[in-house]
Design a protein around this ligand. Structure first.
Ligand SMILES: [Zn+2]
Ligand SMILES: [Zn+2]
Length: 438
C-alpha cells in the first residue's frame, strides 16, 4: 500500500509505505514521527476532483503475521484483508486489489466530503479462523498381511480406508499487525450510489436509497507529526523509515515511538567472544522479555530445558527465576522469526554486556515489545517436545510482561547469510529483505 502525502514543513510530495513510522522529506530533509490518535485512516482519491459531494464508505483493513498452534503442528502465514465496516449487501464486501493498485492518502478535511461511520466494530475474530475444530476425511493407505492357509506364505494386500481426522486450533496469535480504516469514495446520482473511482453505478437493479448516518472530518482523525529529536539532549536521533525505536548516539539513549510522544526504553549491547575482530559490521536488535507464565510450569531456565527435553545437565542456578524469552526486534519472515526466537531462548546467553550503543549500524528496530509478547505462546509451543500434552494447555496460558530490554547482538556475514557466532544462529539475508515487506 502506498500513501501520498505532503511534507508538513515544505509541502513537497512524499510517498509513504504502509509500514512507515517516519516521514522523511527528500526535499527539505525534515524527519518526522507519524502517530495516529487511534489508527490510520486512509482514502482513495475520486477520479473527478470537481464532484459536488463525495460520500466515503469505510472498510477495515488488517494486516499481520498469523500463527496457529493446532493438532497437526504450528503454522504461520501472512494475513492481508479488508472488509466492509458497515452492514450493507450493496457495497462490495472487500476492497479486493484496490489497496495494492491505487494510491491512498490520509483522510483530510474537505467541504464536499461526508463519511459513513463504521457501524461494525473491528474485532480480530473477523480475521480468525471460523472454527476451533475441523474434521477432514483423509484416505489412509495400508498394507495388510494375509496368510494363505495355516502353513502358507504371507501375502501383502494393499488396502485403503477413509478416516476422520480432527484438527483442533489451540492457540492463534497475530504479530506485527496493523489495523486501519480505508475509505472508498462514492457519489449519489439519481438516487443510486456510484463508485467515484470508476464512475459507474455500484450495483445493478432498482435505485437503492439506503439511509446511512454521516459524519464529517474530525480533528481526532488527523495524524500527528512529531519531531524526531532526542528528548534528552535535543540532537537528531538515528532511525529508518519503519523504526519504532529511535536511537541517540549523542547521549546514548533509546526512545519508543508508540502512544503519545517518545518514551525511554532500556537497552544493552551483547559482547561477542566468538566473532573475529573486524568481522562485525552490523548489529541485530532483540527483545529480551522477563515474563510471568501462568497455566504452565515455566518460571526458570530449567523449565525450558525440561519442556524441550534439551540434552543438557541442569545447573543449580537454572532452577531460579527469572526466565528470559528472546525474540527478534526486526521484521523477518515468520518461519525464521520462530526459529531464531527458539534458538536464542534455548541459548540462554550468559556473556557480557556493554551499556553503550554499538559503533556499527543497528538493523532498524521495527517490532515492538508488544509484538514480542504476542508471539510468546507460539514460541512456547515451538519449544515443547511433548506437543500432544502441552498444546491443549495453551488456551489456559497467561503471560504477564515484567520487563522488556532491547539487546543488540553483533553479527558477521557471508555473501548470503548473517551469522551470530555466540548463539550459533544463522539465517539467509533474503529472509530479512522479504520480512521488511510484512
Ligand atoms: Zn519537506
Ligand atoms: Zn540524546
Amino acid at each position: 500500500m502506498r500513501i501520498e502525502h505532503q511534507c508538513p514543513r515544505c509541502g513537497a510530495p512524499v510517498i509513504l509505505e504502509e509500514t512507515d513510522r517516519l516521514l522523511t522529506c527528500g526535499f527539505c530533509k525534515t524527519k518526522l514521527c507519524m502517530q495516529p490518535r487511534d489508527y490510520f485512516r486512509y482514502c482513495f482519491i475520486p477520479s473527478d476532483p470537481f464532484l459536488e459531494e463525495v460520500i466515503y464508505v469505510p472498510y477495515w483493513r488488517f494486516r499481520g503475521v498469523h500463527y496457529t498452534c493446532k493438532t497437526s503442528g504450528i503454522a504461520n502465514g501472512i494475513i492481508d484483508r479488508t472488509f466492509l465496516a458497515v452492514k450493507s449487501e450493496h457495497f462490495t464486501q472487500t476492497l479486493g486489489l484496490r489497496p495494492q493498485t491505487l494510491k491512498l492518502r490520509f483522510v483530510q478535511p474537505a467541504d464536499n466530503a461526508r463519511f459513513i461511520p463504521p457501524s461494525i466494530p473491528f474485532e480480530k475474530s473477523f480475521v480468525q479462523a471460523k472454527h476451533d475444530v475441523t474434521y477432514d476425511i483423509v484416505t489412509v493407505h495400508e498394507t495388510r498381511f494375509v496368510r494363505r492357509g495355516t502353513q502358507g506364505d504371507y501375502a501383502e494386500i494393499p488396502v485403503t480406508r477413509k478416516e476422520l481426522k480432527e484438527e483442533r486450533i489451540y492457540h492463534e496469535a497475530f504479530v506485527a499487525d496493523t489495523m486501519s480504516l480505508i475509505y472508498t469514495p462514492t457519489f449519489v446520482r439519481n438516487g443510486r450510489f456510484h463508485d467515484a473511482i470508476l464512475n459507474e453505478a455500484l450495483f445493478e437493479g432498482p435505485p437503492v436509497l439506503e439511509s446511512f448516518p454521516y459524519e464529517v472530518f474530525s480533528g481526532d482523525w488527523a495524524v500527528d507529526f512529531l519531531p524526531t529529536l532526542c528528548p534528552e539532549c535535543g540532537w537528531n536521533t538515528l532511525a529508518e523509515r519503519d523504526s519504532c525505536v529511535l536511537l541517540c548516539n549523542t547521549c546514548n539513549s533509546a526512545w519508543e515511538t508508540g502512544g503519545q510522544g517518545l518514551k525511554r526504553v532500556g537497552f544493552t549491547t551483547a559482547l561477542s567472544t566468538k566473532a573475529a575482530e573486524g568481522s562485525v559490521r552490523q548489529y541485530l536488535p532483540f527483545w529480551r522479555l522477563k515474563v510471568e507464565v501462568k497455566g504452565l510450569k515455566l518460571d526458570c531456565y530449567a523449565d525450558v530445558v525440561r519442556l524441550g527435553n534439551l540434552p543438557r545437565v541442569i545447573q543449580p542456578g537454572w532452577e531460579e527465576p527469572p526466565l528470559f524469552f528472546w525474540t527478534p526486534a526486526f521484521r523477518i519472515t515468520p518461519a525464521v522469526y520462530r526459529r531464531m526466537s527458539k534458538q536464542f531462548t534455548i541459548a540462554n546467553f550468559s556473556g557480557e554486556f556493554d551499556d553503550r550503543l554499538p559503533s556499527a549500524p543497528i538493523q532498524s528496530i521495527n517490532l515492538t515489545a508488544q509484538d514480542a509478547l504476542d508471539s510468546l505462546t507460539t514460541i512456547i509451543a515451538d519449544l515443547t517436545i511433548n506437543k500432544r500434552k502441552v498444546l491443549p494447555l495453551l488456551p489456559g496460558i497467561k503471560i504477564t510482561l515484567r520487563e522488556a530490554l532491547l539487546v543488540f547482538f553483533p553479527v558477521t556475514e557471508t555473501d548470503h547469510e548473517y551469522i551470530q557466532p555466540d548463539i550459533k544462529c544463522s539465517f539467509l539475508k533474503n529472509a530479512l529483505e522479504q520480512g521488511k515487506n510484512i
